[in-house]
Design a binder for this molecule. Structure first.
Ligand SMILES: [Zn+2]
Length: 524
């Protein structure tokens, strides 16, 4: 996912529909809940699960999966081979654009203090930044530069140095347990109206980006050896948050070699420098750009339907990740669960009236690029609201991209009409912890691409686990963070929702078509 989602609720009229735990057949629009099918889905998903095996391949074996990196392409080839082996139809890598940009991969990162005392430093290369010019031994300089005046101050002083760009930053102790599940109270609280204006404000990314570009040009002109920054505030205690430091477009200005460093290690170096103790480092970063194929694809697979085969139920998750861990919770988890849903539905042999289609998206971390392009070419253009014939055929879309945590309910995305339907479907899963529907939105990921053109797209409410505290976009986003029982539950519940959507007489209700929007899906 792009940003932390739980902070992203829109202030819409919020009504949480707490499920009674009892299937109420007297509801006005009684849904046929096929408990026999759910039984078969549970057997396949619990007794013969492959979801952790799939997760292993996507993480330990082929992770990380930075979009257009060699690892991502290898993972995508494995996914296609596997989906074919599972007997799915129309499995393919469907190109979505020729201009995603360069691939990038890191082959080696060594950062080691040699003076005053030798010790190894935890550090990761920022994506799309170059390596150093071979192994370098260099002195460190603390050069905090946030304004043009700062640039003048350090002019001519940084040649061949390893530059620390920030002052030591306070590390917060982990007083609260980093791993959490929603309490019943927290789920109930989702009824509360979020206060307007309570979100983040005052941040001007445009201005910040412009200064960063200027500072990068300055650092390059100075001839620095490498640039270090603390690995942000995601947990600390060894957890390092790393994203991109350079551009995917080879025509953009070059940037220096940049490393995100474990905050505690960064602070030790910075404090030595503040005490006027010289620090010398060995630094050796090798990274490469792949310029041969600048285009990207999504992975698509289907289970053909029967009498309504021309209509579609879609499920999806983004397949790409950031680079310092193996992209386990973000988002091998979602990809493995959605692949598992396809396997369960195919293997169970259940008859489905509509075609079920899987989309594993790339370029999500760079702005939902793969899913947006897919929606635009298949369903409609959010900038004009011109729709394609397939727009009328999509019965619903389900997405997963909030880590490994168990489903606790569904974000209805303001879709009032779907509430009584999901309430009855979810009632079959209260014994798995699926208890709450909330009218609220959740943002930051690929279901927004569907909502942007008026389609019925949803995400489930998931327990946070350590997603918001330790793993999201960090070096600790690895296989060990994945909780098998939660993954199995999520696959079973998604499969049941897909089965119900595929077989009900009508498509899922949609909200009114949105107005044309110049850059849809990002407003949240
Ligand atoms: Zn993400």
């Amino acid at each position: 996912m792009l940003t932390r989602r739980r902070l992203l609720f829109l202030p819409v009229a919020c009504v949480a529909l707490v499920l009674s735990g009892v299937l109420t057949l007297s509801a006005q629009s009684a849904e046929t809940v096929d408990l026999g099918a759910i039984q078969r889905i549970k057997e396949e998903g619990f007794d013969r699960s492959k979801v952790m095996d799939t997760t292993w391949w996507l993480t330990d074996m082929y992770g990380p999966r930075l979009t257009n990196s060699p690892q991502m392409r290898a993972a995508a080839d494995w996914a296609v081979k596997t989906l074919n082996e599972w007997g799915l139809a129309n499995v393919k890598q469907e190109p979505w654009g020729a201009d995603f940009g360069r691939g990038w991969s890191n082959e080696r990162t060594v950062l080691h203090v040699v003076k005053p005392e030798p010790w190894p430093v935890i550090a990761y290369a920022k994506a799309w930044t170059p390596g150093t010019s071979g192994p370098v031994t260099a002195d460190a300089v603390l050069a905090v530069m946030t304004t043009d005046v700062d640039l003048d101050k350090f002019k001519g002083k940084l040649k061949g140095k390893v530059v620390l760009l920030q002052a030591p930053r306070e590390v917060k102790l982990l007083w609260d347990a980093p791993a959490t599940r929603f309490s019943a109270q927290q789920l109930d609280d989702m009824m509360a109206q979020p206060m307007p204006g309570a979100g983040r404000g005052g941040f001007n990314p445009g201005a910040q980006r412009a200064f960063q570009a200027k500072r990068n040009a300055f650092l390059l002109a100075e001839g620095v050896a490498a640039v270090l920054e603390p690995g942000s505030g995601m947990g600390d205690s060894g957890s390092v948050l790393v994203a991109a430091g350079g551009s995917r477009d080879a025509k953009d200005p070059p940037v220096p070699s940049q490393l995100a460093v474990s905050t505690e290690h960064y602070n030790r170096i910075a404090r030595l420098l503040e005490h006027n103790v010289p620090v010398t480092l060995d630094v050796d970063v090798r990274s490469s750009f792949q310029d041969k194929d600048l285009g990207m694809f999504n992975i698509v697979a289907e289970i053909p339907g029967s009498d309504k085969a021309d209509e579609i139920v879609m499920i999806g998750a983004h397949f790409d990740s950031w680079q310092s861990g193996t992209g386990a919770t973000d988002n091998a988890a979602g990809s493995a669960v959605m692949m598992e849903v396809m396997r369960i539905l195919k293997q169970s042999g259940l008859r489905m009236r509509r075609t079920v289609r899987l989309g594993l998206w790339t370029g999500e971390e760079q702005g939902l690029l793969g899913s947006r392009a897919y929606v635009k070419s298949h369903f409609g253009d959010p900038e004009t609201m011109q729709t394609k014939p397939e727009h009328a055929k999509l019965a619903g879309y389900f997405n997963m991209d909030n880590g490994t945590g168990a489903y606790r309910g569904v974000y209805l995305q303001g879709n009032e009409a779907v509430a009584p339907i999901f309430k009855q479907w979810a009632a079959a899963f209260t014994n798995l912890g699926m208890t709450h529907l909330t009218i609220r939105n959740t943002g930051g990921t690929d279901h927004l691409s569907y909502n942007a053109v008026g389609l019925a797209g949803f995400q489930f409410i998931q327990d946070d686990m350590q997603y918001g505290t330790r793993t999201h976009h960090t070096n600790m986003d690895v296989y060990d963070q994945i909780v098998a029982a939660d993954m199995m539950k999520n696959a079973v519940i998604t499969a049941a929702f897909v089965y119900q959507t595929a077989n009900r007489e009508q498509q899922l209700p949609r909200k009114a078509m949105p107005k044309p929007a110049p850059r849809p899906g990002t407003a949240q």
